[in-house]
Design a protein around this ligand. Structure first.
Ligand code: ATP
Ligand code: ATP
Ligand code: MG
Ligand code: MG
Length: 265
């Protein structure tokens, strides 16, 4: 097979190596989940079981690769943060994104069947993936802020929209009523017309889910070690890491970030 006269066609393949020394974020997003969610009758605006399937899937993927330090997800999407020094597949972009979309689709199906049940062959969950490079950690923080703001905006809209529908408005009427409204208007509609205080909605719906690989006593233990020792130590620590789930504000909480210095390393 090797060295056949046809092998020259391999030269047409082009590989993109993701720039070294940059943080890699891989975001996966479900294909046509608007349709998928209506086909499987998701609770609207938020189906908790479906979110649990997403969270279990992301946690499983994090467990498989040491280089994934954190993940943030809401709705049908998840963003995975890979360490700056990640050398998985020599940082080949196509390998990474195709692998992540496969992992996401396959494990989603696995956990769906475990938690929810059967899937129809014409309505299978599929995910696309993209890789984004960030040269410094401030950008990484802004990236996650961007996704969390997006979660908030969508959730406030969807919560108001679906509660108006529950009150008897048609989807068209509900959409029309919300056209041009700002955040405070939606809070007020929810409070006055639907008897819902948005602030009391579940944190997972409002803030999304943050999964962090936690290395206990990281700072204390890694002080005063040579780089070589530290690398060995990190390897040992990796095995002891656990994944912790949060639903907190990651936009303004500097302390939350500062308590996790390994995310930056
Ligand atoms: P695309 O293929 O372009 O991503 P899409 O239909 O998946 O199209 P998104 O912008 O990704 O569009 O939005 C995902 C949609 O999936 C949401 O608008 C929502 O209707 C639905 N959805 C996803 N997860 C849930 C959930 N847990 N509960 C209720 N609805 C959900
Ligand atoms: P990579 O992840 O780099 O692709 P790989 O193990 O998948 O690694 P491939 O070069 O893709 O390596 O080779 C696939 C291997 O899978 C073959 O060498 C063969 O051993 C095995 N394989 C695939 N399909 C079959 C099959 N139908 N019957 C027997 N063995 C198979
Ligand atoms: Mg989608
Ligand atoms: Mg989406």
């Amino acid at each position: 097979m090797a060295n056949s006269r046809y092998e020259y066609v391999k030269q047409f393949e082009k590989e993109n190596y993701l720039l070294q020394d940059c943080y890699i974020i891989i975001r996966v997003d479900g294909k046509s989940f608007h349709k998928f969610s209506s086909h499987y009758n998701f609770n609207k605006p938020n189906d908790e079981k479906a979110l649990e399937v997403m969270n279990l899937t992301a946690e499983k993927i994090m467990n498989k690769y040491d280089d994934i330090l954190m993940a943030y997800g809401d709705s049908d999407e998840y963003s995975f943060l890979l360490r700056k020094s990640c050398s998985l597949f020599d940082r080949r972009e196509m390998k990474l994104i195709t692998l992540f979309s496969s992992l996401m689709s396959c494990y989603y199906i696995y956990y769906w069947q475990k938690l929810i049940g059967q899937l129809d062959e014409d309505h299978l969950p599929l995910f696309d993936a993209r890789a984004i490079l960030y040269p410094n950690f401030n950008l990484v923080r802004d990236y996650f802020s961007w996704r969390q703001v997006d979660c908030h905006i969508n959730n406030l809209y969807n919560t108001t929209f679906w509660n108006l529908v529950k009150l008897g408005l048609t989807p068209q009427e509900s959409e029309k009523k919300l056209m041009g409204t700002i955040s405070s208007d939606k809070h007020e509609i929810l409070f006055k017309e639907c008897d819902i205080n948005y602030n009391n909605e579940p944190e997972m719906f409002k803030k999304g889910t943050i999964l962090v690989k936690q290395f206990d006593n990281y700072e204390m233990q890694s002080n005063n070690l040579t780089i070589r020792q530290k690398q060995r130590y990190d390897k040992k620590l990796k095995k002891q890491s656990i994944i912790v789930k949060y639903h907190n504000d990651i936009i303004n909480d500097n302390e939350w970030w500062n308590n996790k210095p390994w995310l930056k390393d």
